[in-house]
Design a protein around this ligand. Structure first.
Ligand SMILES: C=CC1=C(C)c2cc3[nH]c(cc4nc(cc5[nH]c(cc1n2)c(C)c5CCC(=O)O)C(CCC(=O)O)=C4C)c(C)c3C=C
Ligand code: FE2
Ligand code: FE2
Length: 343
């Protein structure tokens, strides 16, 4: 029997340093997130980052936490529930990190007689630190515990025509009534090194401003290209003028060079250039989370207004938007009926 496994990133169990620390430990000890040799990752993560970050992160989580729990988890649960209502197949939800494990979710499907699973990483773009780590983890868990289950992965869907339409409609809806003079597409950042590592040609991705515009097989795994493509596709769908739109990358950790331009620097640059009414869109995330609700909706507004901006709006992610749910249901049902996957 066929079934669906939806996987998002995960959150700590509560917004306290006690619960944030083990969550960050699992997250940052993932070699696809901090991609150093393990001995060095141990020093960087356990010897340095985890000494101070859990307290700082817990404070940030406290600002956005809902009565029902972490926004990312609650929204993912609502989404999964709605998808369930639009398919005959069993649907389970797991998280890459934290206590809602992929193993438990696969067990849930297995207990319902499922032996053929469509794995859906809830990320529109490919990155080794998001999409790839979910796929690798699910394959490891399957091989170790459920050898009779067949796993098929839904590919990164950022340029799927229906998805671009659903995303654009949701953005248009969020922009309604807001008199903006600029729209910033802020994507989660990654270290530049990750782009080079994921380049199958080993020479295409130079991160020089041009490589992402030249056609290449490298784009199947080039997160930077996929983000810029998303901006262009939405811009075309909504007929947005070039001069009113730009892209940037947020949430960097100290140390390595990350993808540029950095979102926080862009807030300052745009305000100084006289763009005073800013809308911010965060299309690397399908559900709102710490990085959108705290870093963009709260901190971002403060940074932009301190730099001279006057009005500011964060446009919500797709979350459990009905059109998004129906599109996901269409994809999983097409796979069930004809083994067809979206492109
Ligand atoms: C080296 C560090 C990190 C990489 C690379 C990275 C890539 C990456 N992350 C997401 C999506 C999310 N990240 C979230 C939180 C978060 N991310 C990092 C670090 C890296 N992410 C940290 C340390 C944290 C935790 C919070 C903090 O201390 O700042 C979240 C939110 C989770 C939540 O509970 O709300 C999401 C979602 C993507 C898509 C990505 C690569 C493209
Ligand atoms: Fe992250
Ligand atoms: Fe590229």
């Amino acid at each position: 029997m066929k079934g669906v496994l939806l996987v998002n990133l995960g959150s700590p169990d509560s917004p306290t340093p006690k619960d944030v620390k083990p969550y960050l430990d699992e997250f940052l000890m993932d070699g696809r997130v901090i991609d150093t040799p393990q001995w060095l990752r141990n020093i960087i993560v356990r010897g340095i980052i985890l000494q101070t970050r859990p307290k700082k992160s817990a404070e940030a989580y406290s600002k956005i936490w809902w009565e029902e729990g972490s926004p990312l988890i609650v929204i993912s649960e609502r989404f999964a529930e709605k998808v369930k209502n639009q398919t005959k197949m069993p649907v389970a939800l797991g998280m890459r990190y934290g206590s809602m494990s992929i193993k438990n979710a696969l067990q849930e499907l297995h207990d319902q007689g499922v032996n053929d699973v469509l794995l859906v990483p809830l990320y529109p773009h490919y990155a080794m630190s998001s999409f790839e780590t979910v796929v690798v983890k699910a394959m490891e868990v399957q091989a170790e515990n459920f050898p009779e289950i067949r796993l098929t992965t839904l590919p990164a869907f950022y340029k799927n025509e229906d998805y671009v339409k659903v995303l654009s409609d949701s953005i248009a809806n969020g922009l309604e009534g807001f008199d903006y003079d600029h729209i910033l597409f802020s994507y989660h950042g990654i270290p530049e090194r990750h782009i080079r590592k994921s380049d199958p040609t080993k020479f295409h991705c130079k991160i020089d401003g041009n490589c992402c515009k030249i056609n290449s097989v490298a784009h199947h795994t080039c997160y930077r290209h996929q983000c810029y493509d998303t901006t262009e596709l939405v811009k075309a769908q909504l007929n947005l003028p070039d001069e009113k739109v730009s892209s940037s990358f947020q949430s960097r950790l100290a140390g390595d060079p990350w993808l540029k331009p950095y979102t926080d620097f862009e807030f300052e640059r745009l305000a100084k250039e006289g763009k005073t009414r800013l809308a911010v869109i965060t299309p690397a995330f399908v559900s709102d989370c710490l990085e959108t609700l705290e870093e963009i909706a709260m901190e971002g507004e403060e940074q932009f207004k301190e730099a001279g901006g006057e009005s500011y709006k964060h446009i919500p992610c797709l979350n459990d938007n009905d059109a998004w749910v129906s599109l996901m249901a269409k994809w999983v049902n097409q796979w069930e009926a004809k083994e067809v996957l979206p492109v």
